[in-house]
Ligand binder design. Structure first.
Ligand SMILES: NC(=O)c1ccc[n+]([C@@H]2O[C@H](COP(=O)([O-])OP(=O)(O)OC[C@H]3O[C@@H](n4cnc5c(N)ncnc54)[C@H](O)[C@@H]3O)[C@@H](O)[C@H]2O)c1
Length: 442
């Protein structure tokens, strides 16, 4: 659907094309009973409940069990998906069940590897939240687990399935942008929630929270509700701004450009300026990444809010995704006489140059004047949730065994970029990827 007036309403030049979500365009089909996918959620916190809701909008799927380490989350999960959900604090009881096809892992990042490994060995497919890995080593092992057990592993960085990014990919692949040499993107926030200072539920205590299990492979520490509920603030469980947010930007950039590899080098600057609680991660992170054909600059700032932006700069045009509105703007590449350096020439030479140039570039005849093309705008419907499309893709892979759109190899490559950004931040040095040893070198 195209709507010329829509652009003005959105305060933008050019026409607006409304994109159609996959969920709406998917062909309804009468699924055979064997087609029904039964899944369980491991982790039922903020994201766990959110993705359970998104997954349940897909046809012919059913959630049957949930695992979490805090009683209140198990209640929230049943409120989300129904009282019939069986609940546990030990996810192995879920993996032992023969009637479950897939698990969704929405747990803190230090648990991703173990749960995906265990799920794959138990013959389950896995949707693992982003960033896929907590360390480079974890990511390599997760790719091996997916390949060895021939399971579907899909990473939960939903821009991969977004119709907005798919359109951007189409424009990029068409050559509209010319040669792309630079990309920039950022996510900025300016409130306590954006800085991960979440309130702690008043009924959380040593009886309602399984602290020892939460720690898992992380260093042993005394019971600490801040670490349990605000785990993103601590390197033991998360990867700070790169793991939490760069990964979304990178998934978008990989999707638009078609790259799928670790960066060659990464160089970060950042610091902790404002949210000086007990956290050990930065509240500003800025990284330059080297990819073969272009350079990428990413930023996250928890001290100022502005709309999230991804911009792709080409010799012929610019793509911008701002709050999920995609704009393609052509560069003005019509021939122009040199208008700068000739003003250091003697007047006679300058005039001769300009006269010669005019001769070689005659003005178009009246009525033939070509207006430069206008910007084009593409927009998803207001209520569009691309996590739903991401789940359509996941369940399609589970049913057909077609590789996932965001498998562990892809998830590993975006995560490695985040680990390199952190390496550079922590060591105050350039991080280089060594593909021979699958490690980061300083
Ligand atoms: N794709 C996205 O847009 C998006 C958005 C938010 C979070 N996430 C990701 O989702 C994951 C979860 O984040 P969240 O915001 O929901 O965190 P959260 O703290 O709200 O929830 C995590 C839950 O995991 C549970 N848990 C921890 N270890 C467990 C274990 N071993 N077994 C079972 N349950 C366990 C905790 O009890 C907690 O309730 C993270 O990896 C995060 O990066 C992704």
């Amino acid at each position: 659907m195209r709507a010329g007036a829509g652009a003005a309403a959105l305060g933008m030049a050019g026409s607006v094309t409304y994109l159609t979500p996959r969920l709406l365009s998917a062909t309804p089909r009468a699924a055979a009973p064997g087609d029904r996918v039964r899944f369980a959620s491991i982790g039922a916190g903020v994201r766990g409940c959110e993705i359970m809701r998104a997954a349940l909008t897909c046809p012919n799927v059913e959630v049957v069990a949930v695992c979490d380490l805090y009683d209140g989350r198990l209640v929230a999960a049943q409120e989300t998906a129904g009282k019939q959900l069986s609940t546990t604090k030990d996810y192995r009881t879920i993996l032992d069940r023969k009637d479950i096809d897939a698990v969704l892992a929405a747990v803190p990042d230090h648990w991703h590897r173990k749960i995906v490994d265990d799920a794959c060995s138990a013959g389950k497919d896995a949707y693992c939240e982003k960033p896929m890995s907590h360390t480079v080593e974890d990511g390599v092992a997760m790719v091996e687990a997916m390949q060895k057990h021939k399971r579907i592993v899909q990473v939960g960085s939903q821009a991969r399935s977004s119709i907005v990014y798919a359109k951007a990919r189409e424009i990029y692949a068409s050559g509209y942008l010319g040669q792309v040499t630079a990309i920039e993107a950022w996510i900025d926030r300016n409130d306590a929630s954006g800085a991960w200072v979440y309130p702690i539920p008043p009924d959380a205590n040593e009886k309602t929270v399984d602290w020892e299990r939460f720690l898992g492979s992380a260093p042993k520490r005394p019971f600490d509700l801040k670490r349990f509920f605000r785990w993103r603030c601590f390197k033991d469980y998360g990867e700070g701004l790169p793991g939490d947010l760069f990964v979304h930007l990178l998934t978008g950039i990989f999707t638009i450009t078609g790259i799928n590899q670790p960066p060659i080098r990464a160089c970060s600057m950042g610091g902790l300026f404002r949210w000086k609680d007990e956290r050990d991660v930065a509240d500003v992170a800025w990284t330059l990444f080297e990819y073969p054909d272009f350079r990428v600059s990413l930023r996250c700032n928890q001290n100022n809010e502005s709309p999230s932006v991804t911009r792709v700069f080409g010799t012929e045009g610019t793509l911008e995704i701002k709050n999920d509105i995609l704009t393609a703007t052509p560069q003005n590449t019509s021939p122009r006489p040199e208008g700068y350096s000739i003003y250091g020439w003697p007047e006679k030479l300058r005039k001769e140059y300009l006269a010669e140039w005019q001769k070689e570039h005659p003005a178009p005849a009246p009525g033939k004047f070509a207006l430069s093309a206008e910007a084009e705008v593409f927009k998803a419907p207001d209520n569009y949730d691309y996590t739903q499309d991401h789940f359509l893709n996941f369940f399609e892979s589970v049913r057909t065994r077609k590789p996932s759109v965001e498998d562990a190899v892809f998830g590993n490559h975006t995560a490695i970029a985040c680990h390199m950004a952190n390496y550079s931040l922590d060591h105050k040095t350039m991080a280089a990827w060594d593909s021979a040893s699958n490690t980061i070198k300083g």
